[in-house]
Design a protein around this ligand. Structure first.
Ligand code: FES
Ligand SMILES: [Fe+2]
Length: 372
């Protein structure tokens, strides 16, 4: 991030911190509770927000070098990302052309992918190169390549098209306006730490909402986050993405320094939200991604939590930040989302979203516009 931008954001954070306030929306809004449990609406959302839109699904540094691969599921679609010997990134449906078995599991480094079921093998560019008992098959090998999906890398983030005809670029994905800023972090040079997945009994939007407001810090995170971070947040919205930041309690130290001596990074944590709601959280020791994929029902979600270490951060600091964030997210945030889901399904009361939850308002408006 450019020095000028960092200083500007730190200035705004310091101002809000000292005034003990956050950037606010203009007025309170209501959000229909049925948007979180209505089956019909759920299917419309899946189609419009996930299947027909490019999806940020991973950090480039999860598949860092030639011949690396990463198998994952997005919306129950098995996918394998590969780099060939030249480092070219590709994406395939992780389904063997023989009878649909998985050709890769987890992540690693290999020159070819081998299906565990009967041993068909594929090069990293998806071509079938071997099959046991070859003489039993008459379909030519070139007709048995893995099914390729549209994929691209931008700002150190992998974008994919889950259905045919979905164009994938930062512009198509809606974060063109902040692409330059995101590129400035150079995530591709960060070290991959870990990818964790959770199955959560709550609507995907309730889980996204957790990372879009700081109103809950002083209560839900009283003993954890609130001990180090202030809830005095700032936010900026763009056409289809947002930036939200909140300061460390130590931000007051900047008051005593000349701006030219201010840190090169934000004195706090900054979350970029990419359409349809993928969180990219950046702090001094690294970056994390939180992705929510709707499951089979409105109240089921698969959450991926991925951690990277900043090249200058010690292993201990980066791992510590990833684990601390994960623990709070799992034990405090996700539990709250599960309770809210049950509560909304039972009470059927529409949500009341205050002026102090501006990004909830913004994202619900975007989701509703896209599904109208
Ligand atoms: S399903 Fe892959 S080798 Fe048979
Ligand atoms: Fe939280």
């Amino acid at each position: 991030m450019e020095r000028q931008t960092v200083n500007k954001l730190n200035r705004r954070l310091l101002r809000n911190f000292q005034a003990k306030k956050s950037d606010l929306a203009e007025s309170e809004v209501r959000i229909l509770s049925k948007l979180f449990y209505d089956e019909q609406h759920f299917l419309i959302e899946k189609e419009a927000l996930f299947l027909k839109t490019p999806q940020p699904i991973a950090f480039s540094s999860e598949i860092p070098e030639p011949n690396s691969y990463l198998a994952l599921e997005v919306l129950n679609i098995p996918i394998v990302l590969t780099r060939d010997h030249l480092g070219v990134l590709r994406a395939f449906i992780n389904a063997c052309i023989h009878r649909g078995g998985k050709v890769a599991e987890g992540a690693g480094n290999a020159k070819k992918l081998i299906c565990k079921f009967h041993g068909w093998s594929y090069t990293m560019d998806g071509s079938l190169i071997g099959r046991p008992q070859e003489s039993c098959f008459s379909t030519e090998k070139p007709e048995c390549s893995l099914i390729e999906m549209a994929v691209c890398e931008a700002c150190g983030i992998v974008l994919i098209g889950l259905t045919e005809d979905v164009a994938v670029s930062p512009e198509d994905a809606g974060f063109n306006e902040i692409a330059e800023e995101l590129s400035g972090f150079e995530f591709k040079h960060y070290r991959f730490i870990h990818r964790k997945e959770y199955e959560v009994a709550a609507n995907w939007k309730l889980i996204n909402n957790l990372s879009l407001e700081s109103y809950h810090f002083a209560t839900l995170h009283r003993e954890t986050v609130a001990k180090v971070l202030s809830s005095s947040s700032i936010f900026d919205t763009f056409k289809r993405c947002s930036r939200w930041a909140f300061p460390l309690l130590s931000i007051e130290r900047l008051e005593k320094l000349d701006e030219s001596d201010w840190p090169k990074t934000i004195e706090g944590s900054c979350t970029y939200t990419l359409f349809p709601g993928v969180m990219v959280i950046v702090n001094a020791s690294g970056a994390q991604m939180i992705r929510t994929d709707p499951g089979e029902k409105p109240n089921s979600t698969r959450v991926s939590y991925i951690g990277l270490a900043h090249p200058d951060a010690t292993e201990e600091a980066a791992q510590g930040a990833y684990e601390f964030g994960g623990k709070v997210f799992e034990e405090e945030d996700l539990s709250a989302a599960i309770h809210c889901q049950k509560g909304l399904e039972s009470s059927k009361q529409d949500l009341i979203v205050g002026t102090n939850e501006p990004l909830l308002q913004f994202w619900h408006r975007l989701w509703s516009d896209a599904t109208r």
